[in-house]
Design a protein around this ligand. Structure first.
Ligand code: NA7
Length: 546
């Protein structure tokens, strides 16, 4: 391991820093950032809390975890060789396949030698006099670098529910994002799942295949739609490969980098028959089409949204045999698509199984977790396994967990108390030389597509600084104010911003996250890139460079 920066001369005009850049996180963004910075000839170190690469796909090993975006649209596009050699086995790859892919990438580009595993960053402090970041890992070791790049993911800080007695349960229990590496058998077991977001839905439908008895504790039902996964044959893979240039070009043009993009028609511009036929078609097709490729107004026009919600509600009623259970599974407090749409494979049919029980915890709240199970206001249930699919302290949560301090010791957590303020979602005023990948206020969408752009933009900025012998970059207050206002204005009129979800910064299990904030850029990805490209083309004049 490199010696601590403390052992180096720190009073020189040009201090010896351990690294040019430190990247936190070895997920999809961290790996690619390492690759690009190494290309520039920089000395880079990646600190990763896990024992392997993969980020989201390393941690989320829960049963049934898989892509909801088409696998081929979700891989890296930067290497033709990689595209040529990697075969996807399923249209929506399961987590082990994706983890294999990311390990393959790490090996192929020899990335591991610059990644230090089992290394969680506890603190990162800016040193103005030497223009560098000092990092402290949780084991106490310290490192310095000119640039700090956060590749810590928007959904990486899992949150357990605040229910009395969680620690007292004597059986096996686990948050989905901290699933053990060893296989877990559900055969003959009494299993509880708390949470019915995208993760809960994937977990429930998988566990239900082998479980003894499954009890689902639901607080808010979500509008789920069929995934329509399938295996990819050799012939199909050849076709997919031949189509890569067109597919990536399409992803660059679509609103959120998905293969799907809104239909230019409005819901009421077609006849009821055409509407129904269109929705039937979308419901029968793969992936996010029904959410991302629907009529252009379903996420902004209440009447349009009510109609598509009614369509999906009818599907749920058709699929769930017990009408009372069906009604419980139909969301009543938000419309279709205003929260992340979980994609499913026979999820609703799970509730037709005699060994599956749905507990609506609005009717009968959970009072506490007991040593043997869960006690609600109506009953006491015994379990062998409790699975917490209770989500994440999203977007800013992973930042809050690191003691990040900028100029004059200002804490990032305090700076963002009332919601994040950023410049292009990449920089924060008062936090020079810190670049965020997939931070707040960036275009998320089909995340790997957004990551590649984000990484390339950050790399371009660092290259510019190197070429011009600059050592400090900071967002200007006016740039931050206008970008933050722009992000806020883009969110106006979106029905999703009137709903509680991780997308609006709500997490009932975290103090201070009960008020909605705008943490997500909700404009189009092409518009986001155009703005960033313009800043680069003008020589990054909008940033304070020195
Ligand atoms: P989500 O979408 O935040 O879902 C978390 C679920 O857990 C949701 O159903 C919550 O109900 C439920 N929850 C959370 N806390 C509690 C407590 N205390 N009691 C009962 N139920 C609770 O997280 P996911 O992991 O499913 O998905 C996150 C994203 O990761 C997903 O959108 C994908 O993009 C990938 P609530 O809805 O808050 O009432």
């Amino acid at each position: 391991m490199a010696a601590s920066h403390e052992t180096r001369a720190r009073t020189d005009a040009a201090p010896v820093l351990d690294y040019d850049a430190i990247v936190i996180g070895a997920g999809i963004s961290g790996l690619y950032q390492l690759y690009r910075l190494r290309e520039l000839g920089l000395r880079v170190r990646v600190f990763e809390a896990g024992t392997g690469v993969g980020g989201t796909w390393y941690w989320n090993r829960y049963p049934g975890a898989r892509f909801d975006s088409e696998s081929y649209s979700y891989g890296y596009s930067f290497s033709q060789e990689l595209l040529e050699e990697w075969n996807w086995a399923e249209h929506f790859a399961p987590q082990p396949e994706t983890l294999r892919y990311l390990n393959h990438v790490a090996d192929k580009f020899d990335l591991r030698r610059d990644i230090q595993f089992r290394s969680r960053v506890g603190a990162a402090h800016w040193r103005e006099e030497t223009r560098n970041w000092d990092l402290t890992l949780e084991d106490g070791s310290r490192f310095s670098a000119r640039f700090l790049i956060t590749a810590i993911g928007p959904l990486s800080a899992p949150t357990m529910p605040r229910i009395e007695g969680v620690q007292t349960f004597k059986g096996q229990s686990c948050h989905t994002a901290r699933w053990p590496h060893e296989p877990v058998s559900f055969e003959g077991k009494r299993v509880a799942v708390i949470g019915t977001g995208a993760t809960g839905v994937q977990t429930i439908q998988e566990v239900a295949k082998t479980v003894g008895h499954l009890t689902v504790f639901q607080r808010t039902p979500n509008w789920c739609a069929p995934l329509h996964n399938g295996r990819i044959s050799e012939v199909e893979m050849r076709e997919i490969r031949a189509g890569y240039p067109d597919m990536f070009a399409r992803c660059r043009e679509t609103f959120a980098c998905f293969l799907h993009t809104p239909d230019p028609r409005g819901t009421f511009e077609v006849t009821p028959e055409e509407r129904e036929a269109f929705w039937e078609k979308l419901y029968g097709e793969k992936g996010f089409g029904i959410w991302q490729g629907n009529f252009r107004d379903i996420l902004v026009d209440r009447k349009a949204n009510a109609l598509i919600s009614d369509f999906v509600a009818r599907k749920i009623r058709q699929r769930v045999k017990d009408p009372e259970v069906a009604e419980k599974l139909i969301p009543g407090n938000h419309g279709f698509g205003t929260r992340r749409v979980p994609l499913e494979t026979r999820y609703y049919e799970v509730y037709n199984q005699p060994n599956v029980t749905l507990v609506d915890i609005n009717e009968t709240p959970i009072e506490r977790i007991t040593p043997t199970g869960i006690k609600t206001s109506a009953a006491e249930y015994e379990f062998d396994i409790i699975i917490y699919a209770t989500g994440f302290d999203a977007i800013t949560g992973s930042f809050d967990r690191i003691d990040i301090r900028g100029v004059d010791g200002l804490r990032l957590k305090d700076k963002w108390q009332g919601g994040p303020q950023t410049y292009l979602g990449v920089q924060v005023e008062g936090f020079p030389n810190m670049m965020m990948l997939m931070g707040p206020h960036t275009a998320l969408g089909n995340i790997p597509r957004s990551i590649e752009y984000n990484v390339e933009w950050v790399t371009g900025l660092i290259r510019h600084m190197r070429d011009h012998k600059m050592t400090r970059v900071e967002a200007r207050p006016e740039g931050v104010a206008s970008w933050t206002e722009h992000v806020r204005a883009l969110g106006e009129g979106l029905l999703s911003n009137e709903v509680n979800s991780w997308m609006t910064g709500i997490n009932t299990n975290v103090d201070g996250k009960q008020v909605r904030t705008i943490a997500r850029y909700s404009g189009s990805a092409p518009a986001y890139r155009a703005r960033c490209d313009e800043v680069a083309a003008k020589g990054y004049q909008d940033l304070a460079l020195a």
